[in-house]
Design a protein around this ligand. Structure first.
Ligand SMILES: [Zn+2]
Length: 87
């Protein structure tokens, strides 16, 4: 025939991944993702420094910047009891 058939990849499903579900992460993670990189770094530094930032003072400081994040959400994330740390 002379017709060159395109080779069908036998691994067409290679790299198949489940859809990313944003809802599985808590608001701390969502906020981190939505911030500019420099803001995100400041935010994560604060999250990771409970000695400097109590959940309550961080929540209040964020609210003054127009960001709503409950202190209970911060506390859960720090205690790894939020959605981010669920298997
Ligand atoms: Zn979290």
């Amino acid at each position: 025939m002379g017709v060159c058939q395109e080779r069908i990849e036998d691994q067409m499903l290679e790299g198949l991944t489940p859809p990313q579900n944003k809802a599985v992460y808590c608001k701390v993670n969502q906020l981190e993702e939505s911030l500019e990189q420099s803001d995100s770094e400041i935010f994560i530094t604060a999250i990771n420094n409970p000695q400097t930032w109590s959940a309550n003072s961080l929540s209040t400081a964020l609210r003054q910047k127009g960001v709503s994040l409950a202190d209970t959400t911060i506390a859960k994330h720090r205690n790894k009891t939020c959605a981010c740390f669920r298997a």
